[in-house]
Write a protein that binds this ligand. Sequence first.
Ligand SMILES: Cc1cc2nc3c(=O)[nH]c(=O)nc-3n(C[C@H](O)[C@H](O)[C@H](O)COP(=O)(O)OP(=O)(O)OC[C@H]3O[C@@H](n4cnc5c(N)ncnc54)[C@H](O)[C@@H]3O)c2cc1C
Length: 430
Amino acid sequence: MNKTTYFWFRRDLRLNDNTGLIAALREHSNVQPLFIFDRTILAHLPKDDARVNFIWTQLKGLQAELNTFGSSLRVEHGLPQEVWKKIVEDEKVDAVYLNRDYEPSALERDKAVQFIVESNGAEFHTFKDHVFFEKDEVLKDDGKPYTVYTPYKNKWLEKYAKTNIHVPKPEPELSLHYAKSNFKVLSLSQIGFEKSAIIAPDYRLNGIDDYDLHRDYPAQDHTTLVGHHLRFGTISVRSLIYYAIPKNKTFLSEIIWRDFFSQIMGHFPHAMTASFKSKYDRIVWRNNEEEFAKWCEGKTGYPIVDAGMRQLNETGFMHNRVRMITASFLIKHLLIDWRWGEAYFAEKLLDFDLASNNGNWQWAAGTGCDAAPYFRVFNPTLQMEKFDPNLKYVKKWIPGFNASTYLTPIVEHKMARERAINTYKEALNT
Ligand SMILES: Cc1cc2nc3c(=O)[nH]c(=O)nc-3n(C[C@H](O)[C@H](O)[C@H](O)COP(=O)(O)OP(=O)(O)OC[C@H]3O[C@@H](n4cnc5c(N)ncnc54)[C@H](O)[C@@H]3O)c2cc1C
């Protein structure tokens, strides 16, 4: 009997331009695609988690595509190490192919799986797919990692200009190399989940040409909504970049931020749990739980902050400009540890990504590698006047909004600003 080659889907839920999958199909003739719902990750999520719903819908789509080739997607629910142990012990497996995942916990998991697979005599092949450039591909001339975005971006662009990377042309003949199989996708209830009220939106690339003119105005709703698609790999970052390069430089710069934060995570994993610059760990946070609850619910009395948090709670998305305002408000105005906000966003965002979420929260807190200086404190009222001058965004997320009867602010701006600056100063001078 033919040995089976497995391709393990994770953050790459697509058949086209999927580096590891294409390599498996080119090199083997009996490739069985597999996805594992990881019990350890699922255990921390609400039963109606919108991301689990999104993944599940994508798996159904993959299943339908694979069925047209006489193949199918095998879906398991368990601990990846245990699932793999059983597969390689019970079946004749010659190799496992997968695309790399760079989160610290994923690296550990994959190392353990590699050991299991190789101990059972099968090969284990990993590929770059999730990012455009990996952490060691864009380094300073002295071989050290960049910690400041602009020089990183310049080097990224220089490297891009010299690299002949291209989106592979479809190779329809490869579809013959999928294993003939008839697996079914587990239902949501079989993995302990239920339908979410939030449906992840499709991405839209038609506004990229004038992205820079509109991207900062939340009411214009002009950004691409590609975040969760990049997160789960329902679009290839290469295809996106090739598409964007001739169209809009600002958009490309935003995508480069994603690679930047990914390489920060790779080179400085300590920053995933502590301040990138350790002296900032001395800040004495107020961490008032009632105020935190008001922030989470969108009841701070600052309309733009509240509108943003309500958008997040209702849709799993928040516009980038408003993410910056809400994050700054939590950290500076309320002096709540940025990790509380980071964790709340991680729970709610459809596009939650450890490296980008952490990098942006540290940026807002001023604790990060390439952060805004701590003494620059966003004024939420001025931000609203500038970026939502007609209150269109505010009114969308706070129906019936009326400035004269709206909630009293839970903190006064001038006092909060001075308090934040003094608290930072004290921490940094001790
Ligand atoms: C406090 C805070 C937390 C954030 N958490 C996340 C997160 O968990 N996951 C995430 O993908 N982005 C995060 N961002 C960055 C940004 O807000 C989102 O990427 C963007 O809003 C997603 O919407 P979009 O796809 O329509 O963006 P677009 O404006 O259309 O941008 C396209 C893509 O570029 C990338 N990008 C844009 N801005 C950034 C940025 N500042 N950092 C990294 N990548 C960027 C994303 O992949 C994004 O999808 C965060 C920003 C802040 C201020």
